[in-house]
Each structure stands twice: as C-alpha cells, then as structure tokens.
Ligand binder design. Structure first.
Ligand SMILES: [Zn+2]
Length: 135
C-alpha cells in the first residue's frame, strides 16, 4: 500500500463511509481539530443518547413482560395440578421458550427455570412443572 492510499483509509472519509456523518441526522460533520466526532451538534448528540436510553428501557420492559406472561402460564398449570404438557400445547398457550431465567442442558432433556418455577423440556414434552423450594 502506498503512503497516500494508507492515509486515505486511515482518514475514514472515503466516499460512502458513514464516518464524517452525524449518527442522528446524517448530516456531514465538518471536522475541526478532532476527527472522531459522531454528531454535528449537541442537540443531535442528546437526541441520539435519549433515544438509545429509551430503546434500552423499552427492550427491558418487553423482556420483563414476556417473563411475566410465561410465569402466569406456568402458575396457572400448577394451580390446575398439571405438571406435564406437550411442548406444542405450551407454545399454543403463548409460552415463549426464549424468555426464561435459567437453564441446564442434560443429555436427553433441558431443565429450565422461570423465576421460582422449574420444568424439564424434552423434544415433545414439558414435564415436572413445579415450584422450587425457596423457603
Ligand atoms: Zn446531526
């Protein structure tokens, strides 16, 4: 690589690069003494950070809601003295297997937890649904 080509790549201002553009509004950033600026102005910087904070909070709320829904479903089954259901049925009830609080993979099954309720998942069945002894 020639010296000029090297400078070209290091500068990060090649055409089509996102560098040199404000992360919030996309406007070109006129570099001053710093070449690592990400925003054209403080307003854009604040707006971007506020948006990120808000999105992070909404994401956490969605996860909590999904966990709570799963917990309600499992609690309902325990209340009805049901400790085994087909995986498909639990799915039809709206249970989301990607929102649990822990799991331990075994050879033939996986033990999962949703807060203080544990259950064992095989290829077709969810069984041993019950509360952990936390007292
Ligand atoms: Zn901007």
């Amino acid at each position: 690589m020639t010296a000029s080509a090297e400078n070209f790549y290091l500068s990060g201002t090649e055409p089509g690069s996102t560098e040199g553009r404000c992360l919030e509004c996309g406007n070109r950033i006129s570099y001053g003494s710093r070449t690592d600026r990400k925003f054209c102005c403080d307003k854009c910087k604040n707006r971007w950070h506020n948006k990120r904070t808000r999105n992070s909070r909404l994401f956490r709320i969605r996860v909590i809601n999904a966990l709570e829904k799963n917990y309600r479903i499992l609690s309902g089954l325990i209340k009805m003295d049901v400790d085994t259901v087909p995986v498909t049925v639990l799915g039809q009830m709206g249970f989301d297997f990607s929102h649990i609080t822990g799991y331990r993979k075994g050879r033939k099954s996986t033990e999962m937890w949703c807060y203080d309720i544990s259950f064992t998942v095989t290829e077709t069945l969810v069984k041993s649904i019950g509360r952990l002894d936390i007292i």
